[in-house]
Write a protein that binds this ligand. Structure first.
Ligand code: A2P
Length: 414
């Protein structure tokens, strides 16, 4: 395939790579790392030549300060020249898209499309919780993905379950791939699509906490369901999910990202987590729960409440480990829709049953809500929250805008 330089890509807007002169410590690492000499400096600043840089991102991970990870969307006719960059004391502001939108537009276009769809149900991404740690994003791009080695691939669903859900552990060896709970990574399936083009990335939520699946090992976990049919039940073979589910220990995977600046957990003591998920939407909930479980001994307080929907207990990822968690650490509410001899139950039914506790939690300014799973649950869950509020003296219609604006309501559906 012919290589298209980003400067020549057929759009009017150029995503320009820049270096933040206020943060840069002038250590020369980026200039040494750049394989095509797109970075240079004078006695004042380090700068990126927009005519040369191919966004390979080789320079991003080695930078000790993050100054190198600076981007601006600029009209192609007004790209910042080397001479302009050499004169800067600070980066110019992003024109037209302040705040969170600036980050969203920085995503690779195919990733931005997936994120926009996943967060559409809440009207786009909310700000992160005020006490969330600062996430790294976009460290590894498709032009130069990180290569991870599979160190484990475990089936989570029972042998006789209809779904094959896997817990996959990826080891990044010496490559920096820092993630926070709630972030996603992009997987590049090998091979090409029906048009002979490389497959576009698939996003998966990280299922392990920030220190990794195993602390001091540079690894992370994903929860992957083998896709064998589409939303309507028509048989299809999911390209990425089947590739991932079939991986053996020692196999390698190309990974891009990390992504996600919104669906992040609060860091402050006393923060409550109200989590609602179905199926593999449990991945970020496992990450957050495991982070909190590892910190139980610190006595930081705050409660955890989980609503988790699956067809049957046998189909529920992490059922065993969840059952072992102490009841005073997390309040778990399962909703089984196809358990033999039981009425069909969805997470929203459980939310209504626990309405008094849900409404109390929602009214607490230290509560942060996370919803992840099937697109169909979006509206139903919001209605259940509204009903719980109505029955217990809260006004959901007034609460929701405040929750969103304060980074306390996060939704990711697919
Ligand atoms: P159902 O038995 O009706 O499919 P899956 O196993 O397909 O990943 O789904 C996980 C769980 O989410 C299942 O129990 C499924 O029930 C349930 N579910 C399906 N649609 C909705 C919805 N609109 N709201 C809440 N839960 C749903």
């Amino acid at each position: 395939m012919a290589h298209v330089h980003p400067m020549n890509a057929p759009t009017d807007v150029f995503r320009q790579h820049l270096i933040d002169p206020e943060i840069c410590i002038r250590c020369n690492t980026c200039e040494e790392t750049c394989p095509i000499d797109a970075i240079s400096h004078d006695e004042r600043n380090y700068v990126v030549d927009p005519a040369k840089c191919e966004n390979c991102t080789a320079c991003i991970a080695p930078c000790p300060t993050g100054a190198i990870d600076s981007w601006r969307q600029v009209p192609r006719s007004a790209v910042y020249t080397i001479e302009q960059q050499l004169g800067w004391d600070a980066l110019p502001p992003q024109q037209g898209t302040p705040g969170a939108a600036e980050t969203a537009t920085d995503l690779p276009p195919d990733v931005a499309r997936i994120v926009a769809r996943a967060t559409a149900g809440q009207g786009g991404e909310s700000p992160p919780p005020w006490s969330a740690a600062h996430p790294y994003v976009n460290l590894h791009a498709a032009a130069k993905p990180a290569v991870a080695t599979v160190s484990g691939n475990f089936r989570l669903t029972a042998d006789d379950a209809s779904s094959d859900v896997r817990h996959l552990v990826l080891d990044f060896g010496q490559v920096a791939f820092p993630v926070l709970e709630g972030q996603t990574v992009g997987i590049l399936p090998p091979g090409v699509d029906a048009h002979g083009r490389p497959h576009h990335p698939r996003l998966y939520s990280v299922a392990s906490p920030r220190e990794g699946e195993r602390p001091r090992y540079n690894n992370l976990a994903l929860t992957v369901k083998r896709v064998t049919e589409d939303h309507d039940g028509t048989p299809v073979r999911g390209v990425a999910s089947n590739f991932l589910c079939d991986l053996a220990k020692g196999d390698t995977v190309q990974v891009i990202g990390p992504f996600g600046t919104s669906f992040l957990m609060p860091n402050h003591p006393g923060a409550n987590l109200l989590m609602v998920c179905t199926g593999t939407g449990s991945a970020p909930m496992r990450a957050m729960t495991e982070r909190r479980r590892r910190r139980i001994g610190l006595g930081e307080g705050g409660s955890l409440m989980l609503f988790f929907g699956a067809r049957r207990a046998e189909e529920l990822p992490y059922f065993g480990p969840l059952m072992k968690l102490p009841g005073d650490f997390i309040d778990i509410n399962f909703a089984f829709s196809r358990a033999a001899g039981e009425p069909k139950r969805y997470v929203q039914d459980r939310i209504r049953e626990r309405g008094a506790d849900v409404a109390r939690l929602l009214a607490d300014p230290d509560t942060f809500v996370y919803v992840c799973g099937l697109k169909g649950m979006e509206a139903g869950v919001a209605e259940a929250f509204a009903d719980a509020c109505r029955a217990h003296g809260q006004d959901w219609d007034a609460l929701l805008p405040a929750l969103r604006q304060q980074g306390r309501y996060h939704l990711e559906t697919y």
